[in-house]
Design a protein around this ligand. Structure first.
Ligand code: BGC
Length: 321
């Protein structure tokens, strides 16, 4: 019986909100902190520094931030997460896009709901996202190949491992990588391109299979973050660490350890902290009606034995950390 009265109580409260007291609560609402949500491709340690930067910038500007990650790198899961965020009427969303076309409708939905949407790390060029903040991926893939060519002296068999075949950021890296080999080292052959869906365990399995299928393999190049850690585990297990050239994107702790021990030759570190930090700044700009550039290049750094212990300090200097 008591429950029956509840709606009445609520409507009295909302009636009050429309009177003089209502004005006050409107003011309070406008003074309430903005809410920005970061949506990575899925659960993955790569995104930890991205969210660090997002949180630190939020602290500086008095914004509230949240992190919503799907369990797996699967487009329907990412779409569902974004739909739930839209329903909560937040102020801004920063997405690392798993797919281009697959995210077009949900980003449009968010925009229609008045939410500012940007992409970071991985763009969705066909969508209505206001900007992309991250690596210029084709150029970075090209730079990775240039570095590899130096080590291979222009010859060899390379396998590429990629975490998902749908995301434009990874496909652009692959494109740049292939173009560079064609232009500068036609005697280096890409003998395989494997998808491990962003999963570490699958990367280990795929590496083992590659070693078996390609006895003359000289190098493995990873276009996503789990490749160097996963492939180095497989190489070490087979006693082939340091014998097969291994290189690729990102500076996860195991990749850096691999560089120090000689199992990984080099990695291309993206400025993940900066991506997160700038995401907050650009969402704020968008809310203030400022125009955003189509893309913002955060840059990359090639890490090898020479700078593995110093590059992080240099990167942090920019943020006074
Ligand atoms: C990419 C991310 C990806 C991550 C893990 C990084 O290289 O930039 O888009 O989620 O690897 O696969």
């Amino acid at each position: 019986m008591r429950k029956k009265f509840l709606p009445v109580v609520i409507s009295v409260a909302s009636a009050l909100a429309m009177t003089g007291c209502g004005k006050k609560s409107e003011e309070a609402a406008s003074a309430a902190p903005r809410i920005f949500v970061m949506v990575p491709k899925g659960v993955h340690p790569y995104y930890e520094p991205c969210y660090e930067g997002f949180k630190d910038a939020a602290g500086k500007y008095g914004v509230k931030v949240e992190y919503r990650a799907a369990k797996a790198f699967e487009v329907p899961q990412q779409v569902e997460i974004i739909e739930n965020i839209i329903a909560r009427r937040v102020d801004g969303i920063a997405i690392s896009a798993l797919d281009d076309q697959g995210l077009v409708p949900v980003i449009e939905e968010a925009v229609k709901a008045g939410i500012k949407v940007i992409t970071f790390d991985a763009p969705a060029p066909s969508s209505k996202a206001l900007t992309y903040i991250g690596t210029m991926n084709e150029a970075a893939g090209y730079a990775g190949a240039e570095e590899l060519i130096k080590i291979l002296n222009g010859e060899g068999e390379v396998a590429v491992i990629q975490g998902g075949l749908g995301a434009p950021n990874l496909n652009d890296r692959f494109k740049g990588f292939v173009r560079c080999l064609k232009e500068k080292a036609p005697n280096i052959k890409i003998v395989a391109r494997e998808d491990e869906q962003g999963k570490m365990d699958l990367t280990v399995n795929k590496t083992e299979a590659l070693l078996q299928a390609h006895p003359n393999l000289t190098a493995i190049f990873g276009v996503s973050a789990e490749v160097c850690p996963g492939a180095s585990a497989a190489l070490k297990q087979q006693g082939r660490g340091g014998k097969i050239i291994l290189a690729g994107f990102d500076d996860l702790p195991d990749t850096l350890a691999g560089i120090r021990s000689g199992v990984v030759n080099f990695c291309i570190a993206q400025r993940t902290y900066k991506m997160g930090w700038l995401s907050v700044e650009k969402l704020r700009d968008a809310l203030e009606g400022k125009p955003l550039p189509k893309e913002i290049d955060t840059g990359v750094v090639i890490i090898n034995k020479d700078n593995v212990d110093t590059y992080m300090q240099d990167m942090k200097k920019e943020f006074g950390k």
